[in-house]
Design a binder for this molecule. Structure first.
Ligand code: SAM
Length: 278
């Protein structure tokens, strides 16, 4: 059988959270491509894995790909790991996987821990439909713009957030998503000081602000979707009509609103009449 690239999930905290198969694969391959060889060394030592390591991260992935693909093409198996959890999930590896696929090399997942899924599985928010956002932009304006785009979506959202930005991020969530939006907070999953809570946004902000321990470590935020999207749409339509009514007749305002939104003119006309009387 020809060589394979294995994409191997490693623990996100507790060292026991790795599969038997992952350990066997890591022992049997010719080379482990690791995001940071120093980070992975304790795990490999713990499981007596003596396979040679090479660093493969965002800054050298392009140049490393060629030699790794050559190794695979010469018939030697390679495993890809990241510092923690599943490679490629807010971690490097995409370019290597794509290059291997394009070279006709079989890429096999060795599934395991992923902080996003671990958090989603235990914060008690709807898990039937969700969007994984990963890290929000670090600049406040960009973060706020992205949150504005997400605030009316009905599905659950999963964010990774750095501890030094958690308070600012929660403040933006309260401001943009509203004080009552339910948020799951999963910190230090599988580690000694694991914290899993779910609270309305404003209460969660207070909880995190008042306990500086909650502003440390690794954090996943799971944010409930907007379950009142129609109300919000209605609010936006009302806002538009109110503004147009400041300068236009009911007829012209509803016609222009219909042109802009694609909504039915008759409905907008009725609503404009109601708003005018308020
Ligand atoms: N590939 C990883 C995975 O599968 O989850 C994610 C890597 S990403 C660079 C690191 C981020 O994942 C952290 O900043 C944090 O948001 C989240 N994370 C990783 N481990 C975690 C843990 N034990 N508890 C909570 N969040 C964690």
């Amino acid at each position: 059988m020809s060589a394979q690239l294995y994409v191997v999930a490693t623990p996100i905290g507790h060292l026991d959270d790795i599969t038997y198969r992952a350990i066997n694969i890591l022992k049997s391959v010719s080379l482990i491509a690791a995001e940071d060889t120093r980070q992975s060394a304790p795990l490999l030592k713990h499981y007596n894995i003596a396979t040679p390591l090479t660093a493969c991260h965002d800054h050298n992935e392009e140049s490393k790909i060629k030699s790794i693909i050559e190794k695979l093409q010469s018939g030697e198996d390679v495993a890809l790991i990241s510092d923690a959890g599943t490679p490629l999930i807010s971690d490097p590896g995409f370019k290597l996987v794509r290059a291997a696929q394009q070279a006709g090399i079989r890429v096999s997942p060795i599934p395991g821990a992923c902080a996003a899924i671990a958090a989603l599985s235990c914060v008690g928010l709807p898990s039937d439909r969700f969007t994984f956002i990963g890290f929000l932009p670090s600049k406040a304006t960009q973060r706020q713009n992205q949150l504005q785009q997400l605030k009316n979506k009905p599905e659950t959202h999963i964010f990774y957030e750095a501890p030094h930005r958690i308070v600012d991020c929660l403040k933006d969530l309260v401001e943009i998503f509203g004080a009552d939006r339910a948020i799951g907070f999963a910190r230090e999953i599988t580690k000694t000081f694991e914290t899993i809570v779910q609270k309305p946004a404003a209460e969660l902000l207070t909880f995190v602000e008042q306990d500086h321990h909650q502003q440390k470590g690794e954090i996943v935020l799971v944010v409930a979707g907007n379950n009142q999207p129609q109300n919000h749409e209605q609010q936006q339509t009302d806002q538009l009509l109110k503004r147009l009514l400041q300068d236009l007749s009911v007829k012209s305002a509803s016609q222009l609103a219909a042109d802009l939104t694609g909504m039915k003119k008759k409905e907008l006309y009725q609503r404009a009449l109601e708003l005018q009387d308020q």
